[in-house]
Design a protein around this ligand. Structure first.
Ligand code: SF4
Length: 243
């Protein structure tokens, strides 16, 4: 029989307790296909957290910006809403794992997005899912310190000079496994190049994503990728008409 040293038992118990006790404000929880970046095509369970102060003018999830206590609902209401709303449910990792079972989700990859998920410590959430055999990924603007597990795949989509006035953190740029940048104009490309120089990023995979499905943004993204040997991310889910 294998004996687990006492200090490791204590560590496991602490992690489990933490997962039981740390609630997250969940705006959406659903299974789909990841449509962006390195994991494009990967069946995934998306966890969308409520709350973001970054203030991107073109944000397509503005309903996640504010955390209003009056918008708190139970898990069932959150899971059955038919449109985008600022409603959120307070759920722990263990409660989310129960929901996975209840909904019959099959995907083994978890994507934590927002909102801005890094406003909170994501370690207990990722840790619990990883212990159950899932891979984890977070998508962040790079404006908050990233607190997650070592194994977690970090996608930084740097939001430069947005209305909220937040700066891109060097720690976020260094932690990134991939950098995914939405562009519509040459200025966005120049902003990214400047950021990569400032933070001395040389070996991280760079994905350029057209800010919309419009022809002009797509053509600029293609030309930018070819000119810089970067990769194209086209939000496959939007072309497929899925969430
Ligand atoms: S960081 Fe993301 S959620 Fe926040 S405003 Fe920008 S696009 Fe929207």
């Amino acid at each position: 029989m294998t004996t687990i040293p006492n200090k490791n038992v204590a560590k496991i118990e602490t992690a489990h307790k933490s997962a039981e006790q740390t609630p997250y404000k969940i705006n959406e929880f659903f299974e789909t296909i990841q449509g962006e970046g390195s994991f494009t095509g990967q069946p995934s369970i998306f966890i969308r957290l409520q709350g973001c102060p970054v203030g991107c003018s073109w944000c397509d999830t503005k309903h996640t910006w504010d955390i209003e206590l009056s918008e708190q609902v139970n898990a069932k209401t959150m899971m059955t809403k038919k449109q985008e709303t600022p409603q959120w449910a307070n759920l722990t990792a263990l409660q989310l794992l129960e929901l996975v079972k209840k909904e019959g989700y099959q995907a083994k990859h978890i994507v934590i997005t927002g909102g801005e998920p890094c406003m909170v410590d994501l370690t207990p959430l990722c840790d619990e899912f990883e212990q159950q055999g899932y891979s984890t990924q977070i998508e962040t603007s790079g404006t908050f310190e990233i607190k997650t597990t070592k194994k977690c795949w970090v996608t930084v989509s740097p939001k430069i000079n947005m209305r909220g006035g937040y700066k891109i953190l060097d720690s976020a740029m260094q932690r990134a496994n991939e950098i995914k940048h939405p562009i519509a104009t040459e200025q966005h490309v120049d902003d990214l190049k400047m950021l990569l120089i400032q933070h001395q990023i040389n070996n991280t995979a760079i994905y350029i994503q057209p800010i919309s499905q419009k022809k002009r943004a797509t053509e600029l993204a293609i030309a930018t990728c070819i000119a810089n040997n970067w990769r194209l991310s086209v939000q496959v889910h939007k072309y497929l008409g899925i969430e």
